[in-house]
Design a protein around this ligand. Structure first.
Ligand code: BG6
Length: 279
């Protein structure tokens, strides 16, 4: 398995396993594709995504780090990790026939003393791990998030479970804190929510594609649910007008009041595993 020229001439690592295929762009270490043989792609990738240096990819799993959104004083949204070229450390078939690719982000002047690695395991499921290590002699505050775009058959029929009873910040319009009352959340308009203190597994029930996607995570205290819906989709230049019907983002990380503080010598290991079962 070697790096080849992908879309826009950007370096891309294609991966094959006995069960699945995957693609990882070194730009942002973005996993843009994961698909089990005989199933629809698990990850959504916009047909309008840019594949350009210094631009985020619209789909797959952009890595949000070391800040989420655009805090005051920052000029770029969602940090710099998703737009930088990463380096492939190695890629190797494991004894169980899964494939492990490890990538690292070259030192960033914005965050000296912090090293970032990303480990992607492809097999019957897709597992990712973002490792940030603080080599400096001071505490470092950071946010991280795996901004995962999932393919769904028809958003109108999709239900999300696993978030009932969780407090969230509703980011559509004036920001308001609420509690999720729905045992099964239906996305029927723009959704942009940060669910706090939510380490539990979230499930995407998709009757159209006859599958349930399971999002398991470790060291993630926040879950972000996002769908731009029709009007906002039309404002996004790198997203098709109707693509909101076929995707939903369920993001795993530590953001806002769940942000992390890394002590000198400490590391954080944000992990997520994605797999599907028949419905
Ligand atoms: C989500 C945010 O994580 O990402 C939304 O909660 C944002 O507010 C969305 O609109 C997409 O962000 P971007 O920068 O990729 O367009």
């Amino acid at each position: 398995m070697n790096v080849i020229n992908g879309r826009g001439g950007l370096p891309m690592l294609p991966i094959q396993t006995p069960w699945s295929t995957a693609e990882i762009y070194l730009q942002g270490a973005c996993v843009t594709h994961f698909q089990l043989h005989g199933e629809a792609p698990l990850l959504f990738l916009s047909e309008r995504s840019r594949f350009e240096a210094n631009a985020p990819i619209r789909g797959g799993i952009p890595i949000i780090f070391p800040w989420f959104g655009k805090p005051s004083g920052r000029t770029t949204q969602h940090g710099f990790a998703r737009t930088r070229p990463w380096e492939l450390i190695d890629v190797a078939k494991q004894p169980d026939d899964t494939v492990l690719a490890r990538l690292s982000l070259p030192p960033a002047s914005e965050l000296p003393g912090v090293a970032l690695e990303y480990h992607v395991t492809v097999g019957r499921s897709l597992s990712v791990e973002l490792v940030a290590t603080n080599y400096s002699d001071a505490n470092v505050a950071l946010e991280n998030c795996l901004h995962t775009y999932f393919t769904v058959g028809d958003i109108h029929k999709v239900k999300l479970t696993g978030l009932q009873g969780v407090h969230y910040l509703d980011c559509v319009g004036t920001r308001v804190t609420r509690t999720e009352v729905d045992p099964a959340l239906n996305v029927s308009s723009e959704v942009d929510r940060i669910y706090f203190d939510s380490p539990q597994t979230v499930h995407i029930h998709d009757p159209e594609l006859r599958r349930i996607i399971h999002i398991e995570k470790q060291h993630s205290h926040s879950t972000v649910v996002w769908n731009p819906w029709q009007a906002k989709a039309q404002l996004l230049t790198d997203f098709g007008d109707d693509e909101y019907l076929r995707m939903v983002c369920v993001e795993s990380g530590n953001v806002a009041s769940n942000h992390l503080t890394l002590a000198p010598g400490a590391d954080s290991r944000l992990r997520a595993q994605f797999h599907s079962s028949a419905m």
